[in-house]
Design a protein around this ligand. Structure first.
Ligand code: SF4
Ligand code: SF4
Length: 502
């Protein structure tokens, strides 16, 4: 039974329209309805309702690993085709991303680069790419997608006309500003994958030699020495000599935990304390563990994010080969950046013999050791706050193990307003550690302000706890430059646990 037809018949009867008149009018109403419906469908791509369709399609086709696992460069691409070369280089998903943007600005409101006054607004980058495509479709002139000294950074309203002095849609400084923190993607209500666009643009800049000097030096160091510091490879395990026990060599004996130490804990003076602390905790817990000594190379997570895919692939092969020569049950990393790429990206390569579930961050392993009673932290007091590193928390959802460890020491843990997946980047990701930015307030300074002013404990927070060596470097710097040296101490979780165990 047709309820609508019944209802319409009743309405027509009430309006005194005879069945004969209604029958005569039927073809007219049917055709006008059909034409109107078809016209609406044809109009949708040029009008606001298109957002609804594009947004829905974008959510349905979203890649849940986007950002944490960057796409590989197809092997058959020549150097002139790598990255964001022209409009044809965008995938269908990237074009859909651009069409799906509702201009809500949520990504911009959480972006630490924008908050620090850097020339980056993630919404404007997406919209500028879309505006450019529309202008070219309408017959406008083509320019580079991204270039050094190109467009004034993402300001919306990109011109495709190079007569206004622009040589590109997006300027390289816009890409240099991004910390790959993924806050924009996490905030986006329609699942736009900003980082796949940014990676392609970074790959183009790298391929054409338009890299920031600091990043270029770090890449050259990684290529020549296997670490971003440019120090000799043989010095990688020097930190072990300062311990009163011998750190086992995983290349010479079978171990349960193969510990990938990473660049910062190996070479950076401040972070060597973190490496020593974690080794001490493994010893105290009596676990079977070992390191690769000079067999390690830099993990490549941030090498990949600044666009150096060729170098990244080389590092994957070298690290995977070094690990393949060892007998181990599980891989554990100090650095959340190593954790992310070992867990989510290395398994994409045939050289890698492990799966995602074979990799843990040290906070997960230590939390298990505390649970099992192999470590018994206690006896600390004071009020602390914990900063979620982007690559551990937002990237990989590891929020609770570090908190359980902090609380196991006896201190009071208070949360900053921006915690867990809403955490605010330290500024070190995406190559940020290797760049110098002109900023009124650094992201690390803003975060320390939040820790010392905005928690429920007011200004009572005496320790700012992190679980990432890069965060240690960024926050030790922010503590000095922001004038927080008398207010709060920056401490790595391993250091706190050494203090709380014996
Ligand atoms: S990844 Fe982070 S820094 Fe980069 S655009 Fe997104 S929010 Fe901004
Ligand atoms: S959050 Fe997503 S939809 Fe909103 S402006 Fe940013 S990219 Fe566009």
């Amino acid at each position: 039974m047709s309820f609508v037809g019944w209802f319409v018949a009743d309405v027509l009867a009430l309006a005194s329209v005879s069945p004969e008149t209604a029958t005569a009018l039927y073809p007219l109403t049917w055709w006008s309805h059909a034409v109107l419906a078809l016209a609406f469908v044809a109009w949708v791509p040029y009008a606001k309702p298109f957002h609804m369709l594009a947004s829905f399609a974008n959510v349905v086709t979203a890649d849940e690993d986007a950002g944490t696992r960057l796409p590989r460069v197809p092997e058959d691409l020549g150097p002139e085709e790598i990255g964001a070369t022209d409009l044809d280089s965008f995938s269908w998903k990237q074009l859909l991303d651009q069409d799906a943007c509702t201009k809500c600005g949520r990504c911009s409101s959480v972006c630490p680069a924008k908050a620090s006054g850097r020339p980056l607004d993630p919404r404007d980058v997406i919209l500028d790419l879309k505006s450019y495509r529309e202008a070219v479709d309408a017959g406008g002139e083509t320019v580079e997608i991204v270039a050094d000294g190109g467009a004034a950074s993402a300001t919306s309203g990109t011109s495709s006309d190079s007569s206004d002095g622009r040589i590109s849609v997006i300027d390289s400084s816009t890409m240099d500003s991004c910390m790959s923190c993924m806050a924009c993607m996490d905030a986006c209500p329609v699942d736009i994958e900003h980082l796949t666009h940014f990676t392609d643009m970074n790959r183009r800049l790298t391929e054409t030699g338009q890299m920031d000097d600091g990043v270029e030096e770090a890449m050259m160091n990684a290529f020549q020495h296997g670490n971003t510091f440019g120090d000799p490879e043989r010095k990688r395990p020097d930190w072990t000599e300062e311990l009163d026990f011998e750190v086992p060599d995983a290349r010479e004996e079978a171990v349960e935990y193969l510990w990938y130490v990473g660049d910062y804990p190996s070479y950076d003076d401040r972070n060597q304390e973190v490496a020593k602390a974690l080794a001490t905790l493994f010893e105290r817990a009596g676990v079977s563990y070992g390191i690769l000594y000079e067999g390690e190379q830099t993990d490549g997570n941030d090498v990949r994010r600044v666009g150096e895919e060729g170098l990244y692939e080389m590092l994957v092969e070298d690290n995977a080969a070094a690990i393949a020569d060892c007998e181990y049950d599980h891989i554990v990393t100090t650095d959340p950046h190593s954790y992310n790429t070992f867990k989510n990206e290395y398994p994409d390569f045939s050289a890698c013999e492990w799966d995602a579930e074979d990799v843990s961050h040290y906070t997960q392993v230590l939390a298990e050791l505390v649970d099992r009673g192999d470590l018994s932290p206690r006896g600390l007091d004071g009020t602390v706050t914990y900063h979620d590193p982007c690559h551990l928390g937002r990237y990989n959802g590891v929020f609770e193990p570090p908190r359980e460890l902090v609380e196991s020491t006896g201190v009071e843990l208070v949360e900053m307003p921006r915690n867990r997946s809403d955490s605010f980047c330290c500024g070190g990701g995406g190559g940020g550690l290797w760049l110098d930015h002109e900023e009124d307030t650094k992201p690390s300074e803003e975060r320390l302000r939040e820790a010392t002013e905005d928690t429920a404990a007011g200004n009572a927070v005496d320790r700012f706890v992190v679980a990432c060596p890069m965060c240690v470097t960024m926050y030790e710097d922010g503590r000095k430059t922001g004038g927080y040296e008398d207010d709060v101490e920056v401490v790595e979780l391993t250091e706190m646990l050494v203090e709380a165990t014996d």
